[in-house]
Structures are given as C-alpha cells and as structure tokens.
Design a protein around this ligand. Structure first.
Ligand code: ATP
Length: 362
C-alpha cells in the first residue's frame, strides 16, 4: 500500500460560470484524519464528491492508493461515504440498512451477518439491528449511517457534515466516537465541515478552503497558532482584528497606530514604515486585570472599561471598550468573572501571541 492514500492533482470543477474547485492539489496519507474546513460555498462538498466519483473534474486527476480513478465510477473506487442527511431507508430495519451495500455487491448472507456483527459492535449499536429508523435516536441513526458507510471495508471514508443535524451535546459525543472509529480502523477519513471546533477536535490535518482553493493545509495546531492568511486567522478560533499603519520598526516588532492607540505587533516580512497591516489576536491570548501593573516595554498594555461579561460556563467573555472606543473581547478560561461591568480594566498581551499580515494595498 503506498504511503499516500489519496492524491488530488490539479483538480478543477466548474458549474457554468462558477468555479467550485480551482486547481486543487492535495495528498492525504494512510491512516490520516483529514478535515476540509471552510465557509458555505467554498467547494468542500464538490471536492469530496470528486474523490467519491459522484462528480467528474473538468481538469486534473484523482489517484487512490496509486490508481488513477478519475474516470472510474463510484462503486469500483472502494470508498465509503456518509452524508449529513442520514439517507436511511425508512421501511428497512437498521440491520437491513447497514448491510444494503453488501447485498448490492452479492455478498452471501452468512458473511453479511458476520460483518453486521463486527460493525455494530465497533459502533456500539449492537442490539438495535431489528429497529426501524423511526425507532432510533438521532445519534443512533447517524451510527447506522456510519456503519453502512463502513461495512464494505472501504479503503477510505468520506464524510460530508455527518454531525450537522445532531444537537450540540450529541455532536460533541459523536466527534470523539468518530475519531475512535478512525483510529481503530486505521483508514483515512476525509471530513467536510464548516465547524472549526469539529475540525480541530477530530482531525490530524486541516485544509482551510475558500473560493474553491486552499488558503492553508497544515496540522491542526499549526492552523490554529500560525494561520497563513488573514482569512485563516479570522476563520479559525475567535480573534480580535486590528488594522493600522506602521509607525516605527524595532527589530522583530513594529509599532502600529490602531485608531489612535499604539500597538506592538510582530513584523511581517518585507514590511516598511507606513505600510498598512492587519493583526489578529485570539480572545484567549489577552489577559484582563482589574489593576494596572507597571507596563513592560515589550508587551501591549491597554486601559479600558468593561462593558459586559458573558458567562458561558467553562469560560467567560469580557467585552472591553478601549480609549479609542474600539471593543476587544477577552476569553478567560477560569470562568468565574473576576471583574464587574463598568470597572476600569487593563488588558495585556505579548505581541507575538498574535499574527500580523501586511495588507497588499498598503
Ligand atoms: P456548503 O458548506 O454550503 O455545503 P461547500 O463548501 O460544500 O458549501 P459546494 O457545495 O462544493 O460548497 O459548492 C461550491 C460552489 O459550487 C457554490 O457556489 C455552489 O453554488 C456551486 N455548486 C455546487 N454544486 C453545483 C451544481 N450541481 N450546479 C451548480 N452549481 C453548483
């Protein structure tokens, strides 16, 4: 088996005047959990359908385990697929739904029973085989859909927003479960989602998609901590966004003027004084204090007034209005609000906690 499970080579797909997928190149390794993350309309589903064989690309090739499958129909690709709408047959039992692909392939009854036993135990739905979909909970129905996608022992599984119809608690539980199936089976999962939490929880690597192409393809930690573009910085995590012009340069840091407030930010490559830059600092990377300790020369320190505290359980969000009337949101994992609305507060953070980009028009 080659190390690369899926190779997408220069793939483009157009629908009339819309280029849904635009010259995409990607390699996915054996045993990898890979997420395609992006906003609605960015081309995630189209790319997944091209890998499945449900769409034929206008340009480029799809290679699965070393074989060019670009023009092969879906059923010979050895690929499993799970969709957002579970697409279960309402008048078939869970067991019949799960074994349906095997029946289509002419697999014998004893083998179907053996595989049903294996997959229902793996997905912890054994005992539910005789129930109809209407007699199953949302989570159980999604497990049945997953079991149907896996029972043919595919060489890879493609999942298109499979948890989107589940409520939040169940989704959290299923995120962990789906990851467990992937680890146990050892096959690559390619998971389409617009939900960054899902992508970050489950995957090894993430491709952030925008307008048919990739802004960044990297391990999830890198996507989170070192966004390659302003779009990724704004889309992944919760960040405060500041724009301004460079006033002065001091080694690796530059001072910008953000609506009248001086902010220190990391120097983007090739930036010079006067350039316009944008800076993203994640809400959880700012510290909030009710006093004003001596400022360190290499830290940002801003005064403001606490406008509101949103207590969310595990975290609290502080909305702070600064002296330039801009708002900053600070997330604090200690959860219990330490400062009260209307209090004077001080915010501080090291500039390198955030990411800075030179604006092309600057
Ligand atoms: P979502 O998260 O909303 O499903 P997506 O990132 O999966 O979005 P796609 O469904 O791949 O995006 O769509 C990409 C673009 O291609 C969109 O502009 C969409 O309207 C267009 N598109 C997709 N399928 C077709 C089709 N069969 N005919 C015409 N346009 C299409």
């Amino acid at each position: 088996m080659p190390d690369v499970a899926i190779e997408i080579d220069g793939v483009t797909k157009r629908f009339g005047s819309v280029t849904a997928v635009d010259r995409v190149n990607l390699q996915i390794e054996q045993g990898e959990f890979f997420a395609l993350l992006g906003p609605s309309g960015s081309g995630k589903t189209t790319l997944l359908r091209i890998v499945a064989g449900l769409e034929v690309p206008d340009e480029g090739r799809v290679i699965i385990n070393g074989q060019d499958v670009t023009n092969l129909p879906p059923y010979v690709r050895g690929v499993g697929m799970v969709f957002q709408d579970f697409l279960l047959f309402p008048h078939k039992t869970a067991g019949e739904n799960i074994t349906f692909p095997l029946k289509m392939q002419g697999v014998s009854k004893p083998e179907r029973a053996e595989r049903l036993d294996w997959i229902t135990k793996l997905l912890r739905i054994d005992g539910l085989e005789e129930r109809f979909p209407s007699q199953l909970s949302g989570g159980q129905q999604q497990r049945v859909a997953l079991a149907r996608g896996l029972i043919s022992r595919p060489v890879l599984l493609l999942l298109d927003e499979p948890l989107a119809n589940l409520d939040r608690e169940l989704r959290k539980e299923m995120e962990v479960e789906v990851r467990r199936y992937q680890v146990e089976l050892g096959i690559p999962f390619v998971y389409v989602t617009h939900n960054q939490e899902e992508a970050l929880t489950m995957s090894d690597r993430i491709a952030v998609m925008r307008e048919g192409g990739f802004d960044q393809v990297a391990p999830k930690l890198e996507i989170y901590t070192q966004p390659a573009t302003p779009f990724v910085a704004g889309f992944v995590g919760h960040s405060n966004h500041m724009t301004g012009r460079i006033d002065s340069i001091d080694g690796d840091l530059v001072r910008i003027d953000w609506n009248g407030l001086p902010i220190l930010v990391p120097k983007p490559a090739d930036a010079v004084s006067g350039d316009g830059v944008e800076y993203f600092i994640k809400c959880e990377h700012i510290q909030i204090m009710d006093d004003a300790p001596a400022a360190s020369a290499s830290e940002n320190q801003l005064r403001g007034r606490l406008r509101d505290v949103i207590f969310k359980g595990q975290t609290a969000d502080y909305i702070v209005v600064l002296e330039n009337d801009a708002e900053i949101i600070v997330s604090d994992a200690s959860g219990i609000p330490r400062v009260k609305a209307q209090d004077r507060v001080t915010l501080s953070w090291p500039p390198n906690n955030g990411t800075c980009f030179r604006m092309s028009s600057g």
